[in-house]
Ligand binder design. Structure first.
Ligand code: PGA
Length: 256
């Protein structure tokens, strides 16, 4: 089995004290496994305190967003240059940001490039909304997002990128339909690899980690992880619960 990634996206939850308690609980439950990378993506304010007592053999840190510039007059923003050395990963293009913060593919492409130039691995999220899903245009939407979002990076840089297929309608907070079925996910994972192959060649298509995200929980995690070509999971709500998140991690470790 290829390397797996389990990413916890805490979203706007947990102050520094709560964050450190949650990480401590998780640390007690989870063993280190070199075949599974566990990446915690807390709010910015938690990154520095968590980094100080993080068990690096078990966990890595990621941010939930970055700015596309390294510095400047952008009140309230956090740049990738400021995060360099503190995080190994950054979620970019999450649908919360595409929809609630009006981020378009142009901005997302700049953010992917900005992460890479600061040695931060982008976890690029793509996925169709409910209307696109119902109208049967998910494939066009996802390949279009991907092509635009990767437009500023080179063939050498694609090796550092992770891609998550996260249909907007399947995210628990949107709770429109519930999780995508493995049958929904498999063709989209293939499409993502195909699109990367068209842009960067067959070796890149096979190597790029492609994850699934959307209402993942301890009960459904295994079915996604067993899908051919699926390299891991992006977990939102269930990552806030150490018992549930550690179960998901253990499932990945058993399969890896
Ligand atoms: P969820 O969130 O697991 O709560 O559906 C996933 C995400 O939005 O990243």
């Amino acid at each position: 089995m290829a390397h797996k990634y389990i990413i916890g996206n805490w979203k706007m939850n947990n102050n520094p004290l709560e964050a450190s308690t949650l990480l401590h609980r998780l640390d007690e439950k989870v063993a280190a496994d070199q075949n599974v990378s566990v990446v915690i993506c807390p709010p910015f304010i938690d990154l520095y305190p968590l980094a100080r007592d993080l068990n690096k053999a078990k966990f890595r840190l990621g941010s939930q967003n970055i700015h596309y510039l390294d510095q400047g007059a952008y009140t309230g923003e956090i740049s990738p240059a400021m995060l360099k050395g503190l995080v190994d990963f950054a979620i970019i293009g999450h649908s919360d940001r595409r929809i609630k913060a009006n981020e378009d593919d142009k901005i997302i492409a700049k953010k992917v490039a900005a992460a890479l130039r600061n040695t931060i691995r982008p976890i690029l999220c793509v996925g169709e909304n409910l209307l696109d899903h119902q109208h049967g245009v998910a494939r066009e939407v996802v390949s279009g997002q991907l092509t635009a979002d990767l437009s500023m990076i080179t063939a050498a840089e694609i090796a550092q990128v992770l891609i998550t297929y996260e249909p907007v309608w399947a995210i628990s907070a949107n709770s429109q339909v519930g999780p995508a079925t493995p049958d929904d996910v498999l063709p989209m994972v293939r499409l993502i690899r195909q699109t990367v192959g068209g842009l960067y060649g067959e070796a890149a298509a096979q190597a790029v980690p492609v994850l699934y995200g959307g209402s993942v929980n301890p009960h459904n995690a295994k079915a996604y992880l067993k899908l051919e070509g699926t390299s891991g999971l992006l977990v939102g709500a269930a990552s806030l619960n150490y018992a549930e998140f550690s179960d998901i991690i253990k499932t990945a470790q058993k399969l890896a």
